[in-house]
Design a binder for this molecule. Structure first.
Ligand SMILES: [Cu+2]
Length: 129
């Protein structure tokens, strides 16, 4: 009787193994921040269909090197910061920035994405080091 239980468990485990190998193991979430070059931090801006970015305010310090990355979570949006010549969209998702002076900048959506487009904004504040 015991043998049958062992056998069943063994078969179940084997089937699970074959299943996982066939349909591949669930992908681990990638830690994007860990993939940044030394001294560079990731500033991820996530845009959504409710005409918002994931944060109202993004902050950095003078001297910071940052890769700004746009992620369109839903809908199609662009990201612009006029004074810093930043212009991101789905074809050009990231840019590297080095902040040399303090300032406050408006981050805004650059693609007409719907009725809330005009007010789809966030702020980037660069603080003195
Ligand atoms: Cu828009």
């Amino acid at each position: 009787m015991h043998k049958w239980i062992m056998f069943t468990v063994f078969i179940a485990a084997s089937l699970l193994g074959v299943f996982l190998l066939t349909f591949k193991l669930p992908e681990k979430p990638v830690d994007e921040a860990a993939l940044m070059p030394d001294g560079v931090t990731l500033m991820k801006v996530v845009a959504s269909n409710d005409f918002t970015f994931n944060q109202d305010v993004f902050t950095a310090k003078v001297g910071d090197k940052v890769i700004m990355r746009l992620e369109n979570k839903s809908g199609v949006h662009g990201l612009k910061i006029d004074e810093l010549q930043v212009s991101l969209d789905n074809n050009n998702k990231e840019t590297e920035l080095e902040f040399t002076e303090p300032g406050e900048y408006i981050i805004y959506c650059s693609i007409a994405c719907g009725p809330g487009h005009q007010t789809m904004q966030a702020k980037l504040i660069v603080e003195a080091a």
